[in-house]
Design a protein around this ligand. Structure first.
Ligand code: ARG
Length: 460
């Protein structure tokens, strides 16, 4: 026998490289707090059903408090020879309280223990992510409300399409995030299920009460099937899929922020504290924060693909492969939290350059569709109206004139149904105000949509 916790059937110690290769303590330390939380509940349940005495339970709980204090103080000595966070903590507990410490693992395996730890960890992290997401959404809604009347060009194919309000554009972002928020809260339901009691894979012979453990840990219910409980990691994949989708959205927003801060667009200003300079070009102010969010999106996609691939060929039940779930999950959690914080801090500080946006919207014939709609109202068929406006745009391109710069006589070359009132629809204000229905870009609609968004967020 060797001196490892499972050494009874072994005749030689683990090879030094193999010990290092198989150890996870270098990264799964991050689960220490939740490992202790799970152990507390397990010991409490074991005493409740008479497997441990109350004195034994009290000794374990007191010992775990001391271990936790050492970890928090940074004085805990993690040992690679003890492989992972679970055995490090259990060994230290036994150092402290003696033989009773060895009873903690009764009716439990590291397989259901680690699955429980990850779920407890992820549930807490999800709550942090949800709070940051709510903060970002609030910031977007407030900015959209403030910029409900600000006119900018709307784009398709990155070519000027029709005028929209800046508030409307910001609320489009907000809608993406509202769906991500729903996805996150839905994922949380499937995270919040208790593996403990599954033991190694088949359950345990002790008279455990999994409902007690579930309640102590705030889980909605015990996992239904022991084989599934120890081997399932789809909850972590689901979170990473959420994170990938959220970052895809943040990356799209980042791309627009980067474009808009350029001299060519000049739509917004980002405060200096979110930007950095160049070591060679003295004039530069670079939008590093959105660029980095855009860049970090890729690593989270990578984690999603990594975890899907990790799971795809695993036979039931637990396999050591699953130890590889932690680093990608941890990094996805950290990355998503950092990117959300960056955005939640930055969005309220965005300064819209309304004059510059307006000037851009005036170029590019953005009210051409409005002119076509005007002709339709005067009895022209839409396809013919499209052709007529196309000719006036071609004329404007030759003459270097926007539609609203043309005189009534110039416009009437193309259709004699055009009257003086055409200039009401050719203005940018007229164009956006006319799109006055739910989901439209009219300033009043934007203010109403912001109010609904605020209420939906508050109701979560
Ligand atoms: N460190 C392991 C993991 O992360 C804990 C479970 C190990 N269980 C086992 N029987 N080897 O998955």
């Amino acid at each position: 026998s060797t001196n490892q916790s499972w050494g009874g059937r072994f005749s030689e110690p683990t090879d030094a490289f193999v010990a290092r290769f198989t150890a996870s303590v270098g990264f799964d330390q991050r689960l220490a707090h939740h490992d202790i939380q799970g152990s507390r509940a397990h010991a409490t349940m074991l005493a409740r059903v008479g497997v441990l005495t109350e004195d034994e339970r009290d000794a374990i709980l007191a010992g775990l408090d001391e271990v936790q204090a050492e970890i928090e103080a940074g004085t805990f000595e993690w040992s690679v020879d003890l492989e992972d966070v679970h055995m490090n903590i259990e060994a230290r507990l036994t150092d402290k309280i003696g033989i009773t410490g060895k009873k903690l693992h009764t009716g439990r395996s590291r397989n259901d223990q680690v699955a429980t730890d990850i779920r407890l960890f992820l549930r807490d992290e999800i709550d942090t992510v949800a709070a940051e997401l709510a903060r970002l959404r609030q910031g977007l809604i407030a900015l959209a409300d403030r910029e409900a009347d600000t006119i900018m060009p709307g784009f398709t194919h990155l070519q000027t399409a029709q005028p929209v309000t800046f508030g409307h554009h910001l609320l489009a972002w907000q809608e993406m995030l509202a769906r991500d928020h729903e996805r996150l809260l839905d994922c949380r339901k499937r995270v919040n299920v208790l593996p403990l009691g599954a033991a190694a894979l088949a359950g345990t012979t002790y008279p455990i009460d999994r409902h007690v453990t579930a309640e102590l840990l705030g889980f909605d219910r015990p996992a239904e099937n022991s084989l599934d409980a120890v081997s399932d990691r789809d909850f972590a994949i689901e979170f990473t899929a959420f994170a990938s989708t959220l970052l895809m959205h943040l990356s799209r927003m980042s791309e627009e922020l980067v474009l808009w801060t350029s001299a060519q667009f000049d739509f917004i200003d980002l405060p200096d504290r979110f930007c950095t300079g160049s070591s060679i070009m003295p004039q530069k102010k670079n939008p590093d924060v959105p660029e980095l969010v855009r860049g970090k999106t890729g690593r989270v996609y990578g984690h999603l693909m990594g975890m899907l691939t990790l799971m795809k060929s695993q036979p039931l039940a637990y396999n050591k492969d699953n130890q590889e779930d932690k680093e990608p999950l941890f990094d996805a959690v950290t990355t998503v939290q950092d990117c959300l914080k960056a955005f939640a801090d930055m969005v309220p500080a965005i300064e819209a350059k309304a004059d510059s946006m307006r000037e851009a919207a005036r170029k590019g014939f953005s009210t051409a569709t409005d002119l076509a709609d005007y002709l339709v109202c005067r009895g022209v068929a839409f396809r013919d109206a499209h052709e007529i406006v196309g000719q006036s745009v071609a004329y404007g391109l030759r003459e270097g004139k926007d539609l609203s710069d043309m005189s009534l006589e110039e416009l009437r070359q193309f259709s004699d149904v055009i009257e003086q009132d055409v200039f009401e629809v050719l203005t940018l204000e007229g164009s956006v105000a006319a799109r006055n229905h739910i989901g439209g870009t009219a300033p009043d609609q934007v203010r109403a949509a912001a109010q609904r968004a605020r209420e939906a967020l508050a109701a979560l």
